[in-house]
Design a protein around this ligand. Sequence first.
Ligand code: F6P
Length: 542
Amino acid sequence: MTQTWQLLAKHREQTADTSLLSLFDSADRFKSFSAEADGLLLDYSKTALDTTALSLLEHITTEVSLTDRISEMFNGEKINTTENRAVLHTALRAQTDEPITVDGENVLPAIRQTLQQMESYAEAVRCGSIHSNSGSKFTDVINIGIGGSDLGPAMATLALAPYHNGPRCHFVSNIDGAHIADTLKGLDPQTTLVIIASKSFTTIETMTNARTALDWLRAALGDDTSAHLAAVSTALDKTSTFGIAPERVFGFADWVGGRYSLWGPVGLPIMIAIGIENFRQFLNGAAAMDRHFRTAPFRNNLPMMLAATGIWHHNICGYDSRAILPYDQRLSRFPAYLQQLDMESNGKSVALDGSLLQRDSGPIVWGEPGTNGQHAFYQLLHQGTRVVPAEFLIAAQAHEADLAHHHQLLVANCLAQSEALMLGRSREDARVIAAKRGFSGDALEQMAGHLAFEGNRPSVTLAYPKLTPFVLGQLIALYEHRVFVEGVIWGLNSFDQWGVELGKELAVSLLPLVDGSAPAEAYSEKDGSTRGLLSKLTDPQS
Ligand code: F6P
């Protein structure tokens, strides 16, 4: 532990009793503890961070050479060391012509060419010049993918619903046959386009769903299904073996991580849904956040400040999860998207050099949109025994101009929650309420205990003008960079995901035991629990 970490921990000890509300005795608390980038505001004034804590956190970023690490990422150095790969999702949205090189080759021309190919294809699908076998316009698109090949496009397509003016987009990810069955049930194969999205083109869920979709198309169209299929992958040999025409395959390089891939071909369904111009705005929003991240000073830098709150809450205050609470129904998949972005990136126990990490890394990320969450788990946020730092997201303006009163209520609720978390309700106030409810004596005291809120619970709020493609691009890039900064501070590799492999291998080896094709001795090699469950699930009589 460096001296700076020790000082930070000591500072927390000394200030732990300070109430959040008292920080607002300083008239410029909000102004000094918020930052803005291109209209997107991050308010972190309702946290216990003060000037001392922030300067220590800034010092930590210097100790880990954050500025150099950022340059290395943007410049295409192979910072994903366990896979010997560059990390260049930022190049997919770069607005400059300055070369970005990997292994001596400028990657921008190929990125622009693929973007052009995506645009031509998306436009042709939208206007009907690329059409179904029968000559009709595609009415529906199914994206088959999982993880990064699903969560990003599914989340963004839903988020940008007001901009939809193309075919309807559906997303199938789960290997559970219920997912594809329920999706196909409402669709007509004659007018449905299937996009198979898989970076590796080997993921069992995606390949199984893809084959089921192909059978569904063939049953209606015969063997000539090629117009109804497209693929997004880095594995072009495998897409061709699957029988997808090369002009319908959208490739990308291995330096785009799955969970960072929606800016390129994995974003094809988004582009088909919202059109080229809106998709460009989406990229522009992310590029604006990239510029901000690279140039804004620490205290004004949104990703750095969001990371600072994260490190402070997780490592210094010991809060083990973070709740993502979008007061924006169309961001209802944003928490799930961030779960992969954050937990697959920073859910690691070893440092870059393979040694055990010296401190806790990635927290548990979870959430639901407000106001729904208020009627479910907010009880725990307000009165539970653990503190969960909350991250609120809210637009100044809704798309539904004719429903302005809904939006006013939404804003009031969002602000009320962060206020309630901070203020709490004192025992005294609780007694007054209990008395009004008719309690007295010991019963009043008991009731006051139930009615009191500890308060002093931290939150940050992201406020944006309206959920436009540009703003969505900003928000996603903000969280990507937050995850990056936290990963650099923890000293881990945010871009690999070895922890997902063992389960995949075991699933493959368990399949013969589930379908009954394994030899008898294979069962005895399994532990007692797995054997018991296998017998329960494969033999209905047991
Ligand atoms: O299982 C984890 C993972 O490898 C993710 O990192 C990835 O986004 C997902 O699976 C899907 O992978 P693919 O795009 O190769 O099908």
